[in-house]
Structure formats: C-alpha cells, structure tokens
Ligand binder design. Sequence first.
Ligand SMILES: *[C@@H]1O[C@H](CO)[C@@H](O)[C@H](O)[C@H]1NC(C)=O
Ligand SMILES: *[C@@H]1O[C@H](CO)[C@@H](O)[C@H](O)[C@H]1NC(C)=O
Ligand SMILES: *[C@@H]1O[C@H](CO)[C@@H](O)[C@H](O)[C@H]1NC(C)=O
Ligand SMILES: *[C@@H]1O[C@H](CO)[C@@H](O)[C@H](O)[C@H]1NC(C)=O
Ligand SMILES: *[C@@H]1O[C@H](CO)[C@@H](O)[C@H](O)[C@H]1NC(C)=O
Length: 230
Amino acid sequence: MVSLIALLLACVPLAVNAQSSLSQLIGTWSSGSMKVQTGSGFANPANTSFIYPATSGISYSFAVANANGEAWYEIARFRFTSNGSDPKCITAVMNWVHGTYALQSNGSIVLTPNGDGYQQIQDPCAAQSNFVQNYNDTELLVAGWYTYNDPQLGLALQLFQFDGSPLAPQYQVSSTPNMLPTQQLRNVTAPTTVLSRRGNGAAQAHGILGDWTLTSTAVTIVFAVVASVL
Ligand SMILES: *[C@@H]1O[C@H](CO)[C@@H](O)[C@H](O)[C@H]1NC(C)=O
Ligand SMILES: *[C@@H]1O[C@H](CO)[C@@H](O)[C@H](O)[C@H]1NC(C)=O
Ligand SMILES: *[C@@H]1O[C@H](CO)[C@@H](O)[C@H](O)[C@H]1NC(C)=O
Ligand SMILES: *[C@@H]1O[C@H](CO)[C@@H](O)[C@H](O)[C@H]1NC(C)=O
Ligand SMILES: *[C@@H]1O[C@H](CO)[C@@H](O)[C@H](O)[C@H]1NC(C)=O
C-alpha cells in the first residue's frame, strides 16, 4: 500500500508536467507506418480531392500561435471500418480538417474547425457508394495527453478522444509542422455533394465542387487494406 502511494506520488509531477506545456505538441505526428501525414501530400482542398496513402492511419499537426494569436492544427485521417455482419462491406473514410486549437482550464484541448474541412466516404455496400461531404466537427482532446520516447520509433504522442479513449500513438515526423496554408482553403456553400453512386466506376461531380473525375480509388483502397493487414 505504502509503495503504491509512493508510486502514485512519483507519477504526479510527470503527469502535471506533461499536461502543462502545449509546446510539446508542436510538429507533425503520424500513427503506425506513418504513411498518413498532414500537408500537401494528403488533401487538395481546392478541388476536394485526396491523395490516397499506402496504408491507413492518422496524423495531427500543431503549430505555434501566429501573430494574431491563432494556434493552428491540421488533421489527416484514413480509416477503415469493417461490417461485422458482412465482412466484404468495408467502409473507407478519408478525412481532412484544419482550424485552431486552444487549451481549456481543465487541461483539455478544443479543436475548432475553420469550416473548409471535407471527407470522402466509400462504402461498396451502401446505396451511395462514394461521396464527398463537408466536415466541420469541433473535436475535444481530453486532458492527459503526453509525449514519450518509443525505443524504436522515437518521440511519440499519446492523445485521448472526447470520451477518454486513446487515439493510436503517433510518432514525430517533424518538429516543425507540415501543414497546408493556415487560412480558408475553399469556399463552402453546400452541405454534401454526391460524386458517384453504386455501380459507377467513376462519375462526375455536380454543383459547386466543379467537374472532376475519381480515378482508381477503389484499386488504391484494396491495396491499402492489404497493406494494413500485413
Ligand atoms: C486536384 O488538384 C491537384 C492540385 O492542383 C491536382 O494535382 C489533382 O490532380 C486534382 N485532382 C482532381 C481529381 O482534379
Ligand atoms: C452491414 O452490411 C449489411 C449488409 O450489406 C447492411 O445491411 C448494414 O447496413 C451494414 N451495416 C453497417 C453498419 O454498415
Ligand atoms: C465550422 O465550425 C465552427 C465552429 O463550430 C463554426 O464557427 C463555423 O461557422 C463552421 N463553419 C461552417 C462553414 O459551417
Ligand atoms: C473540459 O472542458 C471542455 C471545454 O470547456 C469541455 O467540453 C469538457 O467536457 C471538459 N471536460 C473534460 C473531461 O474534458
Ligand atoms: C472564396 O470566395 C471569395 C469571394 O468570391 C474569393 O475572393 C476567395 O478567393 C475564395 N476563396 C477560396 C479559398 O477559394
């Protein structure tokens, strides 16, 4: 009992130190095989397209506050969700968002989106199998995040979602953030634009997103699934 208390006390300064300094977050971080990274290699907001990485993962970047006092973040996510009742039905989501972050008095971080985020959802089993929609969710990273040294992969960042569940550990790609320009990168007027429907290999976009064609994303996804299983 005494040793347990001693252990807990020994951990307190570490935890306080970890939470007190936002400067530890600065840079670009990426999970797993680090193929998903924020910046110009992932999203093209001007035409709401994505460059599909070889494997799935998440990447967060945090910048120091600029002259206006805005501290920008950017998130790139490439995720798969499998369907328990039908293993063939795997949903792929490419998600990009940026905005500003702020430390709250309870140690949590609020990520406020800039309004120009978007995501592409591909679900071969859904009526709408492939579409792009706006993404402008405010997100909460609850207190308790910390950095540590991974023996193999170096400096690592552990973040926790709004419900306290841990995000995948992310490893430092760069101590200075690799981000798209920290400004409005596309004008948003319509909530959702359907790019293609089930059965269409590639289809044209309608409306404000302009005309563009999806090419071979399905093939890319198959490779990515295989790569993430391996
Ligand atoms: C979107 O814009 C980028 C950058 O100009 C370009 O490389 C890419 O081919 C475009 N994608 C589509 C689908 O138009
Ligand atoms: C899972 O697949 C079944 C059969 O295709 C479908 O009816 C159901 O809506 C899917 N569930 C989810 C959560 O996508
Ligand atoms: C995006 O979300 C932020 C924070 O809630 C809000 O201030 C902003 O108006 C939203 N932008 C759009 C285009 O919906
Ligand atoms: C901390 O503060 C934020 C912002 O005020 C709030 O949304 C959140 O529920 C609070 N609690 C935790 C555990 O983060
Ligand atoms: C958004 O629209 C305004 C007004 O038409 C234009 O000046 C601005 O360049 C546009 N921004 C982007 C990122 O396209």
